[in-house]
Ligand binder design. Structure first.
Ligand SMILES: [Zn+2]
Length: 278
């Protein structure tokens, strides 16, 4: 066993404990390397999925408007036909009217139905105008696309067919990336499982031998930091590049560790990582 005195605290430092932790960091680094083989694919897939959902929502909301308009149009045409039927009936009765009072009463009913027809026709025109506006806005979008002025295109300017094409393209991209990721995951599953087992074993060992160091390690890695234990590089912490005080170099060279005053990482001599890798 390798012992040295930490001058600041006059505490006896057990170097085998730090070796156990460096080994754990080494194993965690190996897993990290395998995960990095996924080349940011999970993040890319998440972003594409988001775009896909957004495009799908746009298409669905357009479809809903189109469906609603279609239903309304149909209903208005039915109303117009019914009114015309009624008018036809009233006119037949008018021809048989026995007096002016009866005739006028039927005229009023005809007038009412004619107003209903006019009202329905105005609504039909409103729908047609709205449709036309949508087409004009999309035409503007088509023009901007042709001129490569993509940043000027608003959501509603995106032509229907381009939107559908976009959905199709995004779906293809997502499927491709997912397939790629899956094959990487399958290829590396064996190595990852083996490393996970080794990591579990190593953690159990440190839990018994150096629980405080393991807690420190886990605390450091609880955020986004992956490398809690780092090498001394050109007399600096390689995690954050802050210089390590000269009076700590000897201890590090002897196989001890130093807690970086700037980032809190555990700094050790690179030799310890070489040994952990054997
Ligand atoms: Zn540091």
């Amino acid at each position: 066993m390798f012992l040295s005195i930490n001058k600041k605290t006059s505490e006896v430092v057990d170097h085998t404990k730090i070796n156990l932790l460096v080994k754990l960091q080494h194993l965690d680094n190996l897993i990290e390397n395998i995960v990095s083989l996924q080349k940011g694919l999970p993040e890319e897939i998440a972003a594409l999925d988001e775009d896909l959902a957004f495009t799908r929502r746009q298409i669905e909301s357009r479809k809903k408007i189109a469906d609603d308009n279609q239903k309304l149009r149909q209903k208005l045409h039915e109303t117009i036909n019914e009114c015309r039927e009624k008018i036809k009936g009233f006119k037949e009765k008018q021809a048989l009217a026995r007096n002016n009072k009866e005739y006028d009463a039927l005229s009023k009913q005809i007038e009412y139905e004619e107003k209903e027809i006019a009202h329905a026709e105005i609504q039909l025109q409103d729908i047609a105008h709205a449709d036309q506006r949508v087409q004009e806005i999309q035409q503007k979008g088509r023009q901007l696309i042709a001129e490569n002025r993509y940043d000027e295109i608003s959501e509603e300017m995106m032509p229907d067919d381009v939107l559908h094409q976009q959905l199709e393209d995004l779906q293809k991209q997502v499927d491709m990336k997912k397939e790629e990721l899956e094959s990487i995951v399958i290829e590396t599953a064996g190595d990852v499982n083996e490393l996970r087992k080794q990591i579990d074993g190593q953690r159990e060992l440190i839990q018994k031998e150096a629980k405080r160091l393991l807690d420190k390690y886990d605390h450091l890695r609880s955020g986004t930091m992956q490398n809690a234990v780092v090498k001394l590089n050109r007399n600096a912490c390689s995690g954050c590049n802050t210089r390590v005080p000269t009076n700590r170099h000897t201890m590090i060279v002897q196989g001890g560790f130093y807690l970086c005053e700037s980032c809190g990482r555990i700094v050790v001599h690179e030799r310890l990582f070489e040994e952990a890798g054997k």
